[in-house]
Design a protein around this ligand. Structure first.
Ligand SMILES: O=C(O)[C@H](O)[C@H](O)COP(=O)(O)O
Ligand SMILES: [Mg+2]
Length: 298
């Protein structure tokens, strides 16, 4: 069972125990456009203590640059190079690991965050926010679902403009183009916003997985790429790193798989029942009501 952090002494021991703090965003730092409690004060305090701070989010709707704008608006100190998103990680994965060919393009089921990150690594794309793809087609009219041999990958993330045309196109490319990669930025079933939860990136990709009868390659949490990229770039000692998140099957599993300690906060998706049950998908090292609680040390 995780250690419950409740007192000032607990918080002090935690802060002294780690040098590098990785933060999930939705449900930990903010909920929609609102900062959660005193999360900002805790982040300020950790920086004052000389800690390294990184933001590791599965939210693929915004680029790192757009996220930096969100931090600025909220008055939270942050540098763009401290932000890692499942969209930027997926673009990097296509570029560096899959060596995505320059003459191919990615078909996007997702928002601008994915497009911007593909632009950043010089990968061409179609679909996404293109108005031509964001329309309803007439019942049983498949005339616009045409082949495109240039599509070498389909990348899915949270898309708030999903429609049959996009699914049918993505499905066609994946069925017809030999070697077309099927990827998802993340598989979160839900995300917290506006005082409730709404369908997340995993819910966007599910109809396509269902039609294809197979699952996508996932690059976001809980998979390793974002953690490995931080560790390799900075040469950090994993035993001094802590992942802080609100979701067991992404954030906490990310830490468990990547062999770093984890802190679960209860301001987002999962609650105590999640890790208390016998078949818990992941177990945090620590549990804390809210990130802002640590700010009493400031
Ligand atoms: O589906 C999504 O895109 C996610 O649920 C989401 O926004 C998660 O963001 P995180 O909690 O990793 O910051
Ligand atoms: Mg979260």
């Amino acid at each position: 069972m995780p250690q419950d952090l409740k007192t000032k002494e607990d918080y002090r021991t935690l802060v002294d125990r780690y040098d590098v703090f990785l933060f999930d965003c939705d449900g930990v730092i903010w909920e929609g456009d609102h900062v959660i409690g005193k999360a900002k004060e805790t982040l300020q305090f950790l920086r004052k203590e000389g800690k390294r701070v990184f933001f590791v989010t599965n939210n693929a709707t915004k680029s790192r640059k757009a996220n930096k704008g969100k931090f600025d608006k909220m008055g939270i100190q942050c540098e763009e190079k401290e932000i890692f998103t499942s969209a930027s990680a997926s673009a990097n994965y296509l570029k560096s690991v899959l060596k995505f060919p320059a003459d191919k393009k990615v078909y996007v089921l997702g928002e601008k965050g994915i497009e911007d990150e593909l632009d950043a690594v010089g990968i061409k794309y179609s679909g996404g926010t293109n108005p031509e793809d964001n329309v309803f087609i007439d019942l049983m009219d498949f005339s616009s679902i045409t082949s495109d041999p240039e599509v070498g990958a389909v990348l899915c993330g949270l898309d708030m403009h999903m429609n049959y045309k996009k699914y049918a196109r993505a499905f066609k490319y994946l069925r017809e183009n030999e070697g077309c990669h099927f990827m998802a930025t993340n598989l979160d079933s839900t995300f917290p916003t506006h005082g409730t939860v709404h369908p997340g990136g995993g819910a966007t990709v599910a109809p396509l997985s269902c039609a294809l009868g197979r699952e996508p390659l996932v690059v976001g949490k809980p998979e390793a790429p974002m953690l490995e990229s931080i560790v390799q770039t900075h040469g950090f000692d994993k035993s001094r790193m802590l992942m802080i998140g609100d979701r067991l099957n992404t954030d906490i599993a990310f830490g468990n798989k990547g062999s770093i300690d984890t802190l679960m906060v209860l301001t987002g998706i999962d609650q105590r029942e999640g890790f208390e049950k016998e078949d818990a998908v992941a177990t945090p090292t620590y549990v804390l009501e809210a990130l802002g609680d640590i700010s009493v040390l400031a």
